[in-house]
Design a protein around this ligand. Sequence first.
Ligand code: C5P
Length: 267
Amino acid sequence: MEREARHSSGLCPAESSACPHDLEAVSKVLPSRRPGGDNPRMDTPTPVLTIDGPSGSGKGTISRIVAQRLGWHYLDSGALYRAVGVAAGWADLDLDDAGALVRCTFDTTIGFREGEAGDLRVLVNGHDATDELRTETAGAAASAIAAIPEVRAALKDRQRAFRQPPGLVADGRDMGTVIFPDAAHKVFLTASAEERAERRYKQLKDKGVSVTIDGLLREILARDARDASRAVAPLRPADDAVRIDTTGLGIDDVVARVLDVVSRPAG
Ligand code: C5P
């Protein structure tokens, strides 16, 4: 896979060090850069497009395609919270034990690498946890862990390290509000809870996972409520985000609308 494609498919720094796929290129860039993405040799900071929204709003799919079209890096911030959730599960930690979960966040190494099929694999403490990460159990654990302020603080710099030229598409819940408040372009994707449950149902059914739409709808509503009501970095659109309701829209339509946002002058 060519370098641009590797990066735009999400294979860039997961650990604060550097992209494991292009250490040379990244090390050429990092020393001359200030934290936050300002490059003293350039007039403008590295552009960021934030795509926030609730579970199942299509953020992941849309963000990957848009990153590929733009040739920008891609950050799946939810994967970091899920990775900590999976590591906590492996260590049999109690999800109510905030102290243990914070220690687990610091101790967990998270890496991204390209799979044989050109897909994105996520390594948790050196083990390929890609499939486990996508389970509803990992999502629910991530949502509980993500409510702990110290966990969010510990993951902040790991997320900001993804901001590398030529640009970054960052998907999550607080990308536009907390992690990249100065992003040039911000989008907030929504869709009805029923449609989100249906999309998730189809995804899981294709993977041979047995679930019910009603069960998924309940989980989605519970996760939305927890993400939106937590005290730190609650799920909400940034004031300057463009809201796109994807209910009833196809992927191509949503991608076109997001690219239209990027093509508008920033600010
Ligand atoms: O996006 P994804 O469903 O993979 O995220 C899993 C969980 O991680 C979310 O339900 C949310 O609680 C948390 N999360 C977060 N902030 C982000 C990304 C994810 O709190 N930026």
